[in-house]
Structures are given as structure tokens and as C-alpha cells.
Design a protein around this ligand. Structure first.
Ligand SMILES: Nc1ncnc2c1ncn2[C@@H]1O[C@H](COP(=O)(O)OP(=O)(O)O)[C@@H](O)[C@H]1O
Ligand SMILES: [Mg+2]
Length: 208
């Protein structure tokens, strides 16, 4: 049997207090991160990650694989190596998400914001409509450049998503001398919750 499929099939998920948790995985897999629709595992001894979707989200695998294919060759996105009905195999991206940069106090550079814009322009040129671009889906690599992951919603057809524009608009505030460069996770999660519920509250802080 195909090794990647064997890895994907080794993963077991269960629901605990409304959250999906991993209860089993192949010993070659190291948990890299858990999102809302999938978990990502580094494959031991490789520079690859296998992203395995939770049972209710397996339909996303084919959609996201197609998006990765459209962006093949871009420096801003990991490459796709294989895909199956409930998993993708992509490059492992070393580094910290922008969310981790904030919670760990690692300063985010203006150049990183420009790189995300360049990455999104490339996606638009490829005919995509990027959405769901947020702090946990942007990784700053050890050489200081960025890569975007989690492209499932890069073909959004509903109303235009302004999440990235809003995050970018908050950068001048973050960059201010007096703004704390380390922000506790609970505060960030609280801000994200408020942003979803009452986006109007943020217009005052966001430029542009
Ligand atoms: N290619 C990758 N390299 C390193 N870590 C990754 C990679 N892909 C995903 N992750 C980690 O796994 C988490 C969940 O993956 P993600 O694609 O964002 O899933 P979801 O669609 O559920 O949000 C990410 O936030 C990140 O921490
Ligand atoms: Mg994600």
C-alpha cells in the first residue's frame, strides 16, 4: 500500500468538549499543528508534512490540492507532493506563524507584510480569490521570509474577504514604539473573537 496513504489512515481523531483531538498516529509522524479542519504532521526524516483532514472536512482535500497545483513553483507557497481523498503531502515549512511571533515576542518585519501582499497578488494572477489569510496561516521561516499555508479558501466565491487587509491595516499600530511586541495568546484569541462578532469595533484602530 502507498506509504502516504498508510500514514494518513493511521490517524485517529475523536471529539473532546467540542474540539477534535488526535488519539493515534503512525510513529513516523510528529504533530506539527492542528487547525479547524485538519491536523498536520511532519514525516520523520523528511522535509514533508502530511495534512490529514478531520472526518467532516475530507471534501476539502481535493479542493486544496487543486489550489496548490495552480501555485506550483511560487516561492511563497509550499509545493504539493501527493494527495489522496483525505490528505495532502506538502513541504514542511520551518519557522513560526505570525501568531507565534506575537505570542513569543518575535518582531514582525514590514518586509513580511509586503511579501504576503506579493504572495496574494500571485494567487490572484493565477485566477484565485484568496481568503482566510490570518496570523496562523502565515509562517516566517528562519531566513526571515514568509510562506503561506492553508489554501483551502483561496477560491472563495462569496463576498470579498477583508481579513488580511484589516490585519495589514493594524500593522502601523503594532509597529508603534509603545505597542507591546509580545501579546498573550488569550488576548489575541479575544481580539479574534471580537473581530468576528463585531468587526465595526476595529475601524478606529485600522488604517486604510
Ligand atoms: N506545511 C506545513 N509546515 C509546517 N507546519 C504546518 C504546515 N501545514 C500546516 N502546518 C501546521 O498545522 C496547522 C494546521 O494546518 P492548516 O493547514 O492551517 O489546517 P486548517 O485548514 O485546519 O486550519 C497550521 O496552523 C500549522 O501550525
Ligand atoms: Mg489553518
Amino acid at each position: 500500500m502507498d506509504l502516504y496513504k498508510q500514514y494518513a489512515d493511521s490517524i485517529e481523531f475523536t471529539q473532546q468538549y467540542g474540539k477534535t483531538v488526535i488519539t493515534a498516529h503512525h510513529t513516523d509522524l510528529l504533530i506539527s499543528g492542528v487547525g479547524r479542519s485538519a491536523a498536520a504532521f511532519r514525516i520523520r526524516g523528511t522535509n514533508l508534512v502530511i495534512k490529514v483532514y478531520f472526518p467532516d472536512f475530507t471534501f476539502i482535500a481535493a479542493e486544496e490540492a487543486a489550489i496548490y497545483r495552480l501555485l506550483a513553483g511560487s516561492r511563497y507557497y509550499p509545493s504539493l507532493h501527493d494527495s489522496g481523498d483525505h490528505y495532502l503531502v506538502i513541504d514542511f515549512v520551518d519557522g513560526r506563524t505570525l501568531f507565534q511571533c506575537l505570542t513569543e515576542g518575535k518582531r514582525i518585519q514590514e518586509k513580511n507584510i509586503e511579501e504576503v501582499d506579493a504572495a496574494l497578488s500571485e494567487a490572484k494572477k493565477a485566477g484565485l480569490t484568496p481568503s482566510d489569510v490570518h496570523l496562523r496561516n502565515i509562517i516566517v521561516t528562519p531566513d526571515g521570509s514568509i510562506k503561506l499555508i492553508d489554501l483551502a479558501r483561496f477560491r472563495q466565491v462569496k463576498e470579498q474577504d477583508t481579513q488580511w487587509e484589516n490585519l495589514k491595516g493594524a500593522f502601523p499600530l503594532y509597529n508603534h514604539l509603545l505597542f507591546p511586541k509580545r501579546v498573550p495568546e488569550t488576548i489575541l484569541n479575544g481580539v479574534a473573537y471580537l473581530y468576528k462578532k463585531k468587526p465595526g469595533l476595529f475601524h478606529f484602530f485600522i488604517r486604510g
